[in-house]
Ligand binder design. Structure first.
Ligand code: SF4
Length: 377
């Protein structure tokens, strides 16, 4: 019988090769209007023994992989050939562990949406057990809600850091209270600030996720300016940029259909991004664009050093003639371009231009872009 550990559905892109260890199931809030990650799923805490059993199982899986490697003539090494062999066997959990090992077995992500809602002493116990059983682990990260973090004091967060927690990923989404209320985030800008400052003070690395376009046409300016204000106070280690896509079955989709949420155009969203970056001041955060839904993936860098370069990249897009903007947007959503320089490929450019002309003739350009965008989520 194959070995099994329980795992949740999502993790940040930066944790793609991390070991996923589930502490809680789903999201205790589960109300954000744009989110469908855990829709219909009930939140629950896993027991300490259950989680420790999963850690023990990972240890066993590591042993098993080394054994298979020796039996296959790879001398106990976790190499590409072994990965292929495990993948072909159809044991995808063992494959996940093999991927983790081939990447050094150094990083762990604690699932699901708000693991730190568990008792602090329980998380500390799990962290210590994890590090004892898997000594190769160097970085342990988790998602957490600001409303949960704001209820912890700095001492509690320091305890987590000393036990091994290295980074917390927070879905800030916006720094505007009006936007946060509208999307039912269940968190205020003040809580984001309180939580962020405490995490920073504890010495744990902090990632804040921001969603471009979440302010809609109604709060576009306020979304950018208030988010910049809150980030300037927190000075997180990472600002991670996301772009809104309205997923089917969400409350936000209903709000959009009823006209209560007026989606911004791609260009308006980029103008909002410019306003946000322009107002990021006095912080040393890394601005990261690690999601393909971001129209300008090349807008990234270290603040304040790269601020002008980032603004310059945005201005390069904004100053394109209308036909070139349309070409880039369609090519990007189609998956033919990744960054603006990809438009320099004459044959790809001509292919996209032909598609733009045809869609414009049929009056379907906007609809096609939106369909292509939704295909990705
Ligand atoms: S807190 Fe996170 S996981 Fe929970 S509903 Fe909101 S966005 Fe989704």
């Amino acid at each position: 019988m194959s070995l099994f550990i329980e795992q949740g559905p999502i993790r940040p892109p930066s944790e793609a090769t991390s070991l996923l260890l589930r502490l809680t199931r789903n999201c205790p809030w589960n109300k954000c209007a744009f989110c469908r990650s855990y829709k219909g799923d009930t939140f629950s805490r896993r027991g300490l023994e259950e989680i420790k059993n999963d850690i023990d199982t990972v240890v066993e899986m590591c042993r098993l992989l080394h054994k298979i490697s020796r039996q296959s003539g790879f001398g106990g090494l976790i190499n590409r050939q072994l990965l292929t062999q495990i993948y072909k066997s159809g044991d995808y959990q063992l494959f996940h562990i093999a991927i983790w090992l081939i990447n050094g077995g150094k990083t762990v992500f604690l699932q699901d949406a708000n693991s730190l809602v568990m008792k602090n002493s329980d998380v500390v116990e799990i962290l210590k057990y994890l590090k004892e059983q898997l000594p190769s682990v160097e970085r342990i990260t988790t998602y957490a809600r600001s409303s949960t973090l704001a209820r912890k004091n700095v001492e509690a967060l320091i305890e987590l850091r000393l036990a091994g927690l290295s980074r917390i990923h927070v879905g800030m989404e916006s720094g505007s209270d009006e936007v946060l209320t509208f999307i039912e985030k269940g968190t205020t800008a003040r809580q984001h600030i309180e939580a962020g400052r405490r995490v920073k003070e504890s010495g744990i690395s902090l990632s804040e996720y921001i969603i471009l376009g979440l302010g809609s046409k109604r709060w576009a300016q306020e979304h950018a300016l208030e988010t910049a204000r809150v980030l300037n106070i927190i000075n997180p280690d990472f600002i991670r940029i996301r772009t809104l896509t309205i997923a089917k079955g969400t409350t936000l989709e209903q709000k959009a259909l009823s006209g209560d949420f007026e989606e911004e155009s791609e260009e308006e969203i980029i103008r909002g991004e410019r306003l946000l970056i322009e107002h990021l001041d006095g912080i040393q955060s890394n601005l990261v664009s690690d999601h393909s839904m971001n129209l300008l993936e090349e807008v990234k860098g270290k603040l304040p050093h790269d601020k002008l370069t980032m603004l310059g990249t945005i201005d390069r897009f904004l100053s394109l003639p209308e036909s070139e903007k349309q070409n880039f947007i369609l090519g990007k959503r189609w998956g033919l371009y990744r960054v603006m320089n990809d438009m320099l490929d004459a044959s790809q450019h001509a292919r996209v231009s032909a598609a733009v002309s045809m869609l414009k003739k049929e009056n379907r350009l906007k609809e096609a872009i939106s369909q292509l965008k939704n295909k990705v989520i």
